[in-house]
Design a protein around this ligand. Structure first.
Ligand SMILES: C[C@@H](C(=O)O)C(=O)SCCNC(=O)CCNC(=O)[C@H](O)C(C)(C)COP(=O)(O)OP(=O)(O)OC[C@H]1O[C@@H](n2cnc3c(N)ncnc32)[C@H](O)[C@@H]1OP(=O)(O)O
Ligand SMILES: [Co+2]
Length: 153
């Protein structure tokens, strides 16, 4: 398995509109998407995009923060919010080229996979790995969108 881009950092927040105002007014974020519900994942989501920095010698690609608020008490984020009422860093999402191959690979290592592979907020398949098997980080694995399928280092 080959690790792809860090696609996003998931941040759990108690109130998505208040969090948008925070990223815009306190941190000066200029690219924040409209929030939307993902009932299958039990969350309301929006993205804060950080810019790509280009210089003569390097290019550092911007990444995305994924702000997540639980839709109800059945949400997978509900337990986290109970323990962290102010919110906090919730998961890391890495891209892979082939989601089925990645799933088989992590299974073969004995890593616990949390539920079925589903379609995530970026429209491609995702699954989650248990934080206790991943150095304490809840880890989302996401298939790279086909139009972005060429990684360069
Ligand atoms: C929109 C989509 C997308 O990007 O496309 C998304 O990201 S959706 C993002 C939301 N969806 C998901 O997260 C789906 C996968 N997540 C899950 O299945 C769940 O959230 C779990 C990770 C199993 C946690 O569930 P829950 O809090 O009910 O379990 P639990 O209380 O038994 O927790 C077991 C242990 O893991 C710890 N734990 C729980 N959540 C954690 C997190 N986010 N990061 C690190 N550790 C975490 C708890 O503190 C506890 O440790 P101690 O035992 O030491 O106290
Ligand atoms: Co995510």
């Amino acid at each position: 398995m080959k690790l792809g881009r860090l696609n996003h950092i998931g941040i759990a927040v108690p109130d998505i509109d208040a969090a948008i105002a925070h990223y815009r007014d306190v941190l000066g974020a200029t690219d924040i998407t409209e929030p939307f519900d993902l009932p299958e994942q039990g969350v309301r989501v929006c993205f804060v995009n950080t810019p790509t920095q280009s210089g003569p010698n390097s290019e550092l690609h911007g990444t995305q923060l994924e702000l997540l608020a639980p839709l109800d008490e059945n949400s997978p984020v509900h337990g986290f919010m109970q323990k962290n009422p102010a919110g906090g860093q919730h998961h890391l999402c890495f891209e892979v080229e082939d989601i089925a191959e990645a799933r088989t690979y992590f299974e073969s290592l004995g890593k616990r996979i949390l539920g079925p592979t589903r379609i995530g907020a970026h429209g491609t398949p995702i699954f989650f790995l248990h934080p206790k098997d991943m150095l304490g980080q809840l880890t989302e694995i996401m298939e790279t969108p086909k139009e972005d399928a060429h990684w360069s280092n």
